[in-house]
Design a protein around this ligand. Structure first.
Ligand code: PA5
Length: 425
């Protein structure tokens, strides 16, 4: 399990401190399935279910793709995209020799981006994993139409064998197409919303193609979720949820999530969707933003230190680094760096992180540290389960339904009308 350190936030809490009684109630509501949106809490048991149902088939499909293709094109947006990208960039930021490249498309409508991906794809053999629970989302649907045409040109009658569809078990345009064309299909479970779906085929198939040990991820997630179900003040999801709600009630309306590993960037994007879509409704919510340290200390650092005092900061740290590098000694010391010569970069980074924490706290920014074990399958599973659990608890604590997203329909309605979609008003 991750460890949450609230020592940097204690001084900022209300006199009563984080409301663990309310966290307990929210936790119970989640586990009882008695709260708002309870029909979408299937992610709590998802790893156990996927192990019994689709996991072997996901691994077999990934092995097939890895054996025959140089690339996998993953088509999806939002919850059908960010988790897989976050996992792959965190765990396999640079593909190992022989690993297929994984390209993400359908997450926007930029022709330039699409053409850049096509240029990188070149003449390589590739497979497509189209992911859409509804099957009607415009961005992935347009990309999929384009890639189906490319596959047909490249593979002719065998094009359908290169398509893997991840979608609803029964409904939707993509499901109907997949059945008609005979594409190998995987399920986005009915009771799991997009942003909570990374541990279904939505995330696991692209991850497995990238060389991630998804069986290890699922096993670790089963253990993590079991542990997170145990009530108590030691539960890190209670600690994080109760702390951020307390700070929100004191006027800290923006949370920045930071990490000292650049490979965490898309995990932060995944987190932003998870918390933004789950909590930002009914006129409430903590605005989730992210920073990449130490780079952003040289761009956002000024604002964080001295801008309006509305920020809380949560920092993800990994207890164990994957590798090290010693700062070399230089006789001439022209750059004046010999005072750190012989020290490992990890140590320098750790000290920098401590210095940043101290500075930000003294500047009035409450600080929460979330420590995971390592940048590996287990560490990834621990972070995902922790953030999902804490998000549900935090949402229930604030009185919203953490599992719907009615607000995202407004722009779609306008867009479909302006594009002239039949029936759109
Ligand atoms: O979390 C969500 O529900 C959304 O982000 C969806 O995942 C996103 O809009 C994509 O939807 P779909 O998978 O239906 O194409």
């Amino acid at each position: 399990m991750v460890k949450v350190d609230l020592s940097g936030a204690n001084a900022f809490f209300t006199a009563a401190g984080p409301d663990y009684a309310l966290a307990s109630l929210a936790h119970q509501t989640l586990l009882d399935r008695s709260g708002l949106g309870a029909d979408f809490t299937g992610w709590v048991t998802l790893p156990r279910k996927i192990k019994e149902t689709e996991l072997d088939r996901i691994v077999a499909a990934a092995d097939k793709i890895r054996a025959r293709s140089k690339a996998l094109v993953v088509i999806g947006i939002g919850g059908s995209y960010l988790g897989a990208r976050g996992a792959i960039e965190l765990l396999r930021p640079i593909p190992a020799a022989g690993d297929p490249k994984v390209f993400f498309v359908g997450n926007g409508l930029s022709a330039d981006y699409l053409n850049d991906v096509l240029a990188q794809l070149g003449e390589d053999d590739f497979d497509v994993n189209v992911i859409s629970k509804s099957g009607t989302t415009l961005e992935p649907a347009v990309s999929f139409r384009i890639f189906r045409e490319l596959l047909a040109k490249k593979y002719g009658a065998k094009a359908d064998e290169h398509i893997f569809a991840t979608t609803d078990a029964r409904r939707g345009a993509l499901k109907s197409l997949a059945d008609r064309q005979g594409w190998e299909s995987f399920v986005v479970p009915d009771d799991v919303g997009g942003r909570f779906s990374v541990l279904s085929a939505v995330g696991l198939l692209p991850m497995a193609v990238a060389g991630i040990d998804v069986k290890a991820v699922v096993d670790a997630a089963i253990r993590e979720l079991d542990a997170l179900c145990v009530p108590g003040r030691e539960n890190p999801a209670w600690q994080y949820a109760a702390a951020r709600q307390n700070l929100y009630n004191k006027g800290y309306g923006v949370e920045i999530l930071g990490c000292y590993e650049p490979s965490f960037r898309f995990m932060a994007e995944w987190w932003k969707q998870l918390y933004g879509e789950s909590e930002g409704k009914d006129g409430k919510g903590i605005f989730p933003a992210s920073v990449e340290y130490t780079a952003d200390l040289h761009s956002m650092g000024q604002f964080i230190q001295e801008g309006p005092r509305m920020l809380m900061e949560s920092v993800v740290r990994f207890a164990k680094a994957r590798s090290g590098y010693e700062v070399p000694f230089d006789e001439a010391d022209g750059d004046g760096l010999n005072y750190i010569a012989g020290r490992d970069l990890n140590e320098v980074c750790r000290i920098a992180a401590d210095a940043v924490k101290e500075a930000h706290i003294s500047g009035g920014v409450p600080n929460i540290v979330i420590e995971a074990g390592a940048r590996d399958e287990e560490g990834f599973a621990a972070l995902v389960c922790f953030f999902e659990f804490a998000c549900a608890i935090s949402g229930y604590m604030s009185g919203v339904n953490p599992f719907n997203q009615p607000g995202v329909e407004a722009y779609k309605k306008n867009m479909f009308r302006m594009l002239g979609k039949p029936g759109a008003v």
